[in-house]
Design a protein around this ligand. Structure first.
Ligand SMILES: [Zn+2]
Length: 316
């Protein structure tokens, strides 16, 4: 009982009338002095852990270490009495903020520790399962690291989880735009058509679509889609978005000329000829139109290209 009083005294929970006798007892009893040192030894490393918003990792680690420590202690030691008294202690918690903070800090109350510990130490003990910090619906992505505690069965596996998430917001918000840029490269055809279509509408509306040299941004994404997307529907959407920049952006013009020369889809090539209309008189454009007017597989494109050349001749 004196040892229990040591614990209570340490957390300021011992009634005043028992404090004096305990002090005297401590001077005489080596056992209880050892007990006090044990608590202090337990507290000091815990106190150095951050108590404010501990990370899930830290909580998991703390729980595993605490589990381990509890397991390694003989059945009738200090911790078994701590366990027995735990629910009585819970009643004290409201009046013992320091203890509450400490316990929450080590994850004692942060999860299902108490329940888990009871299950693991039932009359028929069974091996404790792995500790999960977040059981939300998710899929394990990749394993990023494994730590094995030497000479034990304890293993810590670090991994990333893929959690399904939905974002709703304006086309003009950077977060949504970032997602659409990723969507423009998604494996699913439908997602790419949607993403590129929406990005193209932003460009046509004169919203965020600036030319950038770092290869990022909406206009670059449309150029990439026009050059490399395997779906002609996606390439047509990209063309629509690039239309306003045909006259001012050399990169856009070059991409359109490559498309007219090499795109396998005749619909895309036809759309390209008409988009090039404002720059029909450029020599580089005329060169490509001339080739298309004689060599394109599609008779309609040969005619359209020929007419485009005639039209620009008459303007000159
Ligand atoms: Zn916008």
């Amino acid at each position: 009982m004196a040892k229990d009083n040591v614990v209570l005294a340490y957390y300021g929970e011992l009634p005043d009338e028992l404090a004096g006798p305990l002090e005297q007892h401590l001077m005489a009893c080596e056992d209880c002095r050892t007990e006090l040192e044990t608590i202090q030894a337990m507290e000091s490393p815990l106190a150095s852990l951050p108590l404010v918003d501990p990370s899930p990792n830290l909580l998991a680690q703390s729980r595993m270490r605490l589990d381990d420590a509890l397991d390694s202690i003989p059945p009738y030691g200090f911790f078994s009495r701590l366990r027995t008294n735990f629910f009585i202690w819970m009643g004290h918690l409201q009046s013992a903020p320091a203890l509450a903070t400490l316990l929450v800090g080590v994850g004692f109350l942060g999860g299902n520790f108490i329940n888990r510990y009871q299950v693991a130490h039932e009359t028929h003990p069974r091996p404790a399962g792995p500790t999960l910090t977040n059981q939300a619906q998710s899929v394990i992505g990749n394993i990023t690291g494994i730590e094995h505690t030497p000479d034990s069965e304890l293993v810590q596996v670090h991994y990333n989880k893929i959690v399904p998430e939905t974002m709703e917001g304006s086309l003009d918000s950077p977060e949504i735009r970032e997602l659409l840029l990723k969507g423009a490269m998604a494996p699913a055809d439908g997602v790419r058509v949607n993403s590129v279509g929406l990005l193209a509408s932003e460009c046509k509306a004169g919203h965020e679509c600036a030319a950038r040299d770092d290869g990022k941004g909406v206009r670059n994404a449309l150029l990439v889609a026009l050059r490399y997307d395997k779906d002609p529907g996606v390439r047509l959407k990209a063309l629509e978005g690039l239309e306003p920049y045909v006259t001012q952006d050399q990169k856009v013009r070059d991409a359109l000329l490559d498309t007219l020369s090499t795109d396998p889809d005749s619909q895309v090539r036809i759309a390209t000829v008409s988009l090039l209309e404002p720059v029909h008189r450029d020599s580089s454009v005329r060169r490509v139109l001339r080739t298309a007017s004689t060599q394109d597989d599609n008779p309609y494109i040969r005619t359209v290209s020929y007419n485009a050349l005639q039209g620009s001749d008459s303007i000159q």
